[in-house]
Design a binder for this molecule. Structure first.
Ligand SMILES: Cc1ncc(C[n+]2csc(CCOP(=O)(O)OP(=O)(O)O)c2C)c(N)n1
Length: 663
């Protein structure tokens, strides 16, 4: 499009925005050289036309996910440079209250749903954001930025496939600046364009000159219009060049100097826009100079502001790990005359009742709709709640959890299903880096009310080491996640209800050995607040601390111990995060002897943490050294006799308990 064909004032406004971004980044370069900023400050000098051109194609209510190189996106979407600068300087009034820094700027009130320090991670999340928009019928579109390097991440492939399958209102914007750190894009893929990959997922792929703000705007407009009209995603690849090193202080010795000079001299997006304006309206020369000077002054003022502001109060450092929320009311205990249900039926009842009660609860996972889930928890849900709310996915765990994260941040309450907890390994980034950390990194701007249900543990004939693990300790070790692991059908119902109502991400583990267990399950609403342990059997001689299926091993042992005159307190933790330290210490103080029983393996396991808590807080009450009885540090073997040796048995509990009680 010739400059004369367009409103020149629009191009001038784009020029102004690009100048603001350029000066922001220039100031960061200086600040880095002064040693004011962290190493990981990635500048977008040379890429400003993409930020400005794409945002020019959006409505203010549209949404974005950004990258480690995202300052330009945020400024172009309307972020306040003062608050951005304050965040980069780690100040309390920064966008993330000093918890996020350069790579995590977010302003949810402007639709900036977070920049991301994990390459490629924003794409599955953008799908969830777009899914929420689609289900709520808001008409919003989400742009998801990523680099050419990110196109080689699994998250890219999983996200594009799911977005296309579900016709999500998302547009994937590749900023191909020709390098991923030192690796040129032709060294990381055999094809010429990232956009060529779009065809493999059944979506349009467009290549555009990323240093031409109008070309970027044009391509994005088409893609956004398609997405908004229900036509699904597009991959827009903007060819560009980063004019500084990978990060501010990168010596950048891996790129030819001539190449860098050529781009700076001949293909600077700001110069190109200025030339275009002046060709059409030479009289605007002074105005452009004025805009440049004003941008410089604005950003210099932002630096002064950031310098002057206060750092966050150190006493508040743990604020925003979890969402403050009113405690749920504990429902009455499960009466023995309540209807008998299996554990699976109890889970199904909880989830179904929550879906009846709250339209924002949706189910996402492999085979959850047509097949009813790997263990039939969602059997019949497709007919009951419809295909919009009960969503079968391809085998793409990162895309499942990422979609859940994005949808949760936009007000839905997704319940995702991972068939076997062992498969969390391929979605670990989305669980541990995204779901768990979003709230904290973004300074409490957002909550992630996401439930991740996963079958866990070893049951009956073993399925061997990749389908039988107990991985709860990994998640106890991840600040920002809650972990529930019920032991009875009633608790399965009460805790799942609480998990769905919780504002934070909850990993909800379901022991496979309990799925067919029957027990009384209260009809109707039934809630057990997270973080409340339950004394399953009272005794004064020793405490057996445990959870999930091991509770039944402990109860079996306690019954036999009682015949020898040893009264065991059996404490079922029920949730591992938050952990009911009060109940734990109360029991230990009563008995003075503690045995921790888990099916988790030994080293750095849940039992080690529980014993550390006891010795930290109730050492004086101990009459004997605590004992942990755990699975051995062996991958779960297939053969049943081997499996039985690896897992703790009733016999071992009896022996340990008798030793502990001195009998
Ligand atoms: C999963 C992951 N791997 C590696 C890194 C380290 N890293 C940060 S940026 C980057 C290069 C990314 O290249 P690209 O996606 O092309 O974006 P660009 O930096 O060029 O903007 C790398 C390897 C990371 N942050 N996350």
């Amino acid at each position: 499009m010739a400059a004369t064909d367009l409103a020149i004032d629009e191009l001038v406004s784009y020029y102004r925005q690009m100048q603001r971004i350029r000066h922001f980044e220039d100031e960061l370069l200086h600040a880095s050289r002064r040693g004011d900023l962290a190493d990981a400050t990635h500048l977008c000098i040379g890429q400003e036309a993409i930020a400005v051109g794409t945002m020019a194609a959006l409505e203010p209510s549209d949404l974005i996910t950004s990258t480690h190189r995202g300052h330009g996106h945020c400024i172009a979407k309307g972020a306040d440079p003062q608050r951005m600068m304050a965040e980069l300087y780690g100040k309390a009034c920064g966008y993330c209250r000093g918890r996020g820094g350069s790579m995590h700027i977010a302003d949810f009130s402007l639709g900036i749903c977070g920049a991301n320090g994990i390459v490629g991670a924003g794409m599955p999340i953008a799908n969830g954001i777009a899914l929420a928009a689609k289900l709520k019928g808001t008409g919003q579109v989400c742009l998801s930025f990523f680099g050419d390097g990110a196109a080689n991440q699994g998250a890219f492939h999983e996200a594009l496939n799911l977005a296309a399958l579900w016709s999500l209102p998302v547009v994937f914007i590749c900023e191909n600046n020709a390098y991923a750190v030192s690796m040129a894009s032709h060294e990381s893929m055999k094809i010429e364009n990232v956009a060529d990959r779009a065809a493999a997922y059944g979506m349009p792929g467009v290549v555009v000159d990323g240093n031409d703000v109008l070309a970027v705007r044009g391509a994005t407009r088409e893609a956004v219009a398609l997405a908004r009209s229900g036509g699904g995603p597009t991959l827009v690849e903007c060819k560009t060049y980063r004019m500084t090193g990978h990060y501010a202080m990168d010596p950048d010795r891996y790129r030819p100097r001539e190449e860098r000079q050529w781009w700076a001299k001949h293909n600077d997006p700001l110069e190109r826009a200025a030339q275009r304006i002046l060709e059409a309206a030479p009289e605007l020369g002074d105005e452009l100079k004025h805009l440049k000077a004003a941008a410089k002054a604005e950003i210099k003022a932002a630096v002064r502001f950031a310098h002057e502001m206060e750092c966050p109060a150190v006493d508040d450092r743990a604020v925003h790990v979890f969402t403050p929320q009113a405690p749920l009311r504990d429902s009455r205990p499960a009466h023995a005359d309540a209807p008998e249900k299996t554990f699976v039926e109890a889970l199904s009842e909880a989830l179904g009742e929550e879906m009846d009660r709250d339209e924002s609860v949706i189910v996402i996972g492999e085979d959850v709709a047509k097949r009813g889930g790997a263990f039939q928890v969602t059997a019949g849900f497709l007919e009951r709640f419809g295909a919009e709310r009960v969503r079968d996915t391809p085998i793409s765990e990162a895309a499942i959890i990422g979609c859940g994260v994005g949808a949760a941040m936009q007000g839905l309450r997704p319940v995702t299903e991972i068939m076997f907890s062992d498969f969390v390994t391929v979605a670990m980034d989305q669980i541990a880096n995204q779901a768990a950390k979003m709230r904290y990194m973004f300074g409490g701007q957002v909550s992630v009310p996401l439930v991740i249900r996963a079958s866990s543990g070893c049951a009956g004939r073993a399925r061997a080491a990749q389908h039988s693990q107990s991985l709860e300790a990994w998640f106890m070790h991840t600040p920002g996640l809650k972990v529930a692991y019920p032991s009875t059908p009633a608790e399965a119902k009460g805790l799942l209800t609480a998990a769905i109502r919780d504002e934070d991400p909850v990993l909800f583990l379901e022991h496979k050995g309990l799925y067919q267990m029957k027990g009384p399950v209260p009809a109707g609403e039934y809630v057990i607040p997270l973080g409340k342990a339950d004394v399953k059997r009272a005794g004064r001689d020793l405490t057996i601390v445990t959870y999930a299926r091991a509770v039944h091993t402990a109860l079996d042992a306690a019954e036999r111990l009682a015949k020898d005159g040893i009264a065991a307190d059996v404490l079922d933790l029920r949730t591992l995060v938050p952990l009911d330290v009060e109940a734990l210490l109360a029991s230990v103080r009563k008995t003075g002897r503690v045995l921790v029983l888990t099916e988790d393996c030994r080293t750095a396991g849940a039992a080690a943490e529980i014993i550390a808590l006891v010795t930290d807080h109730a050492f004086e009450a101990l009459k004997a050294a605590p004992i942990r009885l755990t699975a051995e540090d062996v991958p779960l073997p297939y053969s049943v006799p081997l499996q039985d040796c690896v897992l703790p048995s009733v016999g071992q509990v009896l022996e340990a308990a008798r030793g502990l009680a001195g009998r």
